[in-house]
Design a binder for this molecule. Structure first.
Ligand code: ADP
Ligand code: F6P
Length: 320
């Protein structure tokens, strides 16, 4: 391939810029021309192409968000939309595409490959909800952002001897909630992967903790379970302990990527370009046991990863 494109799609994630940089510079190193496509699949449909050189990706490695911008594009879920996109790419002479995004974006990437535009997906989402990869770009940064926020909430909760219920992102997955609950010493992580009993899993640890001399309590709730405001009210009513709910929101998606995410993005970007250089499309790049690998898109999407029981239960055990 002589000419490829790169776009970011779906929710942005810290480290997407590091991936764009890696794709551009690896492609240039291989002697390929590379075009950045703005605003995800919407930009592909509307011909929003920008030719990239080595300097186009200067000073972006450390920045959150995506310099190419992203979008959610319903038109692309229709076959006609995908066909139109392939025609636009052909007219521009684009022979292959790298899509940085989540599972929705990968379904689009598969459709493009089937319609004749070889496309490789790189997992970029804070949710870590792509089954075939141990980690997604942005997950580690989001964990650190949430960790900073919860540490601050703990300061004030301790000063007022309060309980705090903190709702974190993750869409249908509880990875962010389960990991930060351990890292921040919460009493419990309430996640979609594990059913919970309000009295046993939330009230009891708070009441027992108070008897053992605890002066603050943290409960982390994944947005996939939700209801943090109501939970806080119920905790206060049942225990008499003043309780506040905080929904962290989009702060979790921003910020400078961690070293872990910069490394992952840089490695995955190079691997994606290597695949296209060899004429291979319809793949998802993944990391398994610290090795960069790739899977057929449909197979990769069908793979399930289950959260280890020890991680799901760690917060409750260690908050003794
Ligand atoms: P993410 O990629 O983070 O999961 P979305 O699910 O919003 O985010 O998907 C991003 C975009 O990918 C959508 O706006 C749409 O353009 C495209 N997409 C999503 N699902 C499909 C699908 N089933 N077929 C084709 N394209 C899709
Ligand atoms: O997929 C990333 C994510 O931040 C999810 O954690 C969250 O559910 C969703 O995107 C929020 O999407 P939006 O930015 O469209 O509100």
């Amino acid at each position: 391939m002589n000419k490829i494109g790169v776009l970011t799609s779906g929710g942005d994630a810290p480290g997407m810029n590091a991936a764009i940089r890696s794709v551009v510079r690896m492609a240039l190193t291989k002697g390929m021309e590379v075009f950045g496509i703005r605003k995800g699949y919407a930009g592909l449909l509307n011909g929003m192409f920008v030719e990239m050189n080595a300097r186009s990706v200067s000073d972006i490695l450390h920045r959150g968000g995506t310099v190419l911008q992203s979008s959610r594009c319903p038109e692309f879920c229709e076959r006609d939309g995908v066909k139109k996109a392939v025609e636009v790419a052909r007219r521009m002479g684009i022979e292959g595409l790298v899509v940085i995004g989540g599972d929705g974006s990968f379904r689009g990437a598969r459709d493009l490959s089937l319609e004749g535009l070889p496309t490789v997906g790189i997992p970029g989402t804070i949710d870590n909800d792509i089954g075939c990869t141990d980690s997604t770009i942005g997950f580690d940064t989001a964990l650190n952002t949430v960790k900073d926020a919860i540490d601050k909430i703990r300061d004030t909760a301790q000063s007022h001897e309060r309980c705090s219920v903190i709702e974190v992102m993750g869409r249908g997955a509880g990875y962010i909630a389960a990991y930060v609950a351990v890292a921040c010493g919460a009493e419990a992580a309430i996640i979609p992967e594990k059913s919970f009993d309000f009295d046993q899993d939330i009230l009891q640890p708070i009441i027992e903790g108070k008897k053992r001399g605890k002066e603050n309590n943290l409960i982390v709730v994944a947005e996939g379970v939700g209801g943090s405001v109501e939970m806080a009210q119920r905790i206060e009513e049942a225990t008499g302990i003043e309780t506040r709910a905080t929904i962290l929101g989009h702060i979790q998606r921003g910020g400078s990527p961690t070293v872990t995410d910069r490394m992952l993005a840089s490695r995955m970007g190079m691997h994606a370009v290597q695949l296209l250089y060899e004429g291979i499309g319809n793949r998802i790049v993944a990391v398994k046991n610290n090795t960069i690998v790739d899977y057929d898109i449909l197979e990769g999407l069908a793979m399930k990863k289950s959260m280890h029981n020890d991680i799901m239960n760690m917060a409750s055990i260690l908050s003794l």
